[in-house]
Design a protein around this ligand. Sequence first.
Ligand SMILES: Cc1cc2nc3c(=O)[nH]c(=O)nc-3n(C[C@H](O)[C@H](O)[C@H](O)COP(=O)(O)OP(=O)(O)OC[C@H]3O[C@@H](n4cnc5c(N)ncnc54)[C@H](O)[C@@H]3O)c2cc1C
Length: 434
Amino acid sequence: MLGKMEATKWQGKYDVVVVGGGPAGMGAALGARDSGAERILVVDREAEAGGILLQCIHSGFGLHYFKEELTGPEYAERFLKRVLDSNVDVFSNAYVSGVATDSSGIKQVRVMNEKMGVQAIETRSVVLAMGCRERTRGSIRIPGTRPSGIYTAGLAQKFVNMHGYLPGKRIVILGSGDIGLIMARRLALEGCEVKGVFEILPYSNGLTRNIVQCLDDFGIPLHLSTTVARIHGRDRIEKVTVAPVGPGLQPDLSRSWDIDCDTLLLSIGLIPENELSQGLGLALDPVTSGPVVSSTLETSMPGLFACGNVLHVHDLVDFVTQEALLAGRFAGEWAQGVRRPRDNIKLTAGQNVRYCVPQTLAPGREHTIYMRCKEPMKPCVLKVGDLMEKKLRFVVPAEMITLKIKPDLLERFRGDSLEINILPAVGGGSSEEE
Ligand SMILES: Cc1cc2nc3c(=O)[nH]c(=O)nc-3n(C[C@H](O)[C@H](O)[C@H](O)COP(=O)(O)OP(=O)(O)OC[C@H]3O[C@@H](n4cnc5c(N)ncnc54)[C@H](O)[C@@H]3O)c2cc1C
């Protein structure tokens, strides 16, 4: 890959420093360059930029942005080439451990690198683009022994796709998130026996296209409303007890059964990598676990912006890129002295809306609102206060909903908060597809 650079090429001062060199970080760097910012640096702790895309060797990336189906590394490489062609500095093997700001607003980004030790890099603005991480066994407390052979799905993906190791041969997958579905297919293609995917909720947490292409096409069963109730095995996992769940999502052990396996993959959710955000004392959204941001994707610290999975977990990389280009543009403008009035309209999540990002809006600009529903619903109507409504064929929690707000719509609005609701469509039928 192209993303390696000598750490000794760090310069002292930048207009924009981007923390994280995944698709969000690369998009932010390009957005900053488009805004006219001159000195831009992307810092990534890994040896190569590209982020999670480097281990996603399946196709399915770029359908919205490039109108073609790319693999993860192909998508990453296109952006990395653009980033390097734009004279953006990329420093890999460099971990950002903190950001400090002085009274004039200048920021010091603390970077650790094997060759350079700890360095403080001065910058006018910062974009956080650190991605997210997977939930582990500890976060759902599965009863039983603690043998080896239990992996998060993304870690197993890294072993198989980047290092050439199979995690095991007889696989059970807990959770129907996209990584688990993709790994079900990947391991089936490698000749493993994938015994099934078990999902505690009555609906899948993955994209519909992944259910079809990764499970149905390979005859892998998806058991909804069912969970792993116990793990067995001393040194290596030997079997799991699975059980349907009753009220309160409690396993009904009277209807349980055992499955022999040597591997359990967990695909039970992702959380923004937000230690840095917490350390900075940023206001965090209790639902997304990412920073609260304004319509310019600026966090509660002036001049510090956020985008991609560190802000809220995305399912499509194309939306990450869109969001990141915008964050980078505003960070670049900030570095050049542009200051906008604070947003004056608060967005709140109403019926069947889990969250919306950004959390505030301003009139006079176009906005894209990203949101997720709480429960599947079809057909339905998405309502933004009394200002606009959009008919949707269906909504499911696994698929992010995006909504464009035209600049003139908010010019007419006189209130200070807008509630977004997703309501059942009256009469159903002729609805627009999301
Ligand atoms: C298994 C899997 C399959 C997917 N499949 C698809 C698909 O088929 N189609 C699709 O469109 N999308 C898919 N996605 C979603 C998409 O890949 C992600 O949404 C996207 O990669 C997120 O980009 P990001 O830049 O926010 O995060 P990441 O790609 O995770 O990048 C974050 C970067 O930040 C760096 N970093 C973190 N902390 C620090 C620090 N303190 N200092 C320095 N660097 C740091 C990390 O090393 C990493 O490189 C998939 C995601 C996964 C996990």
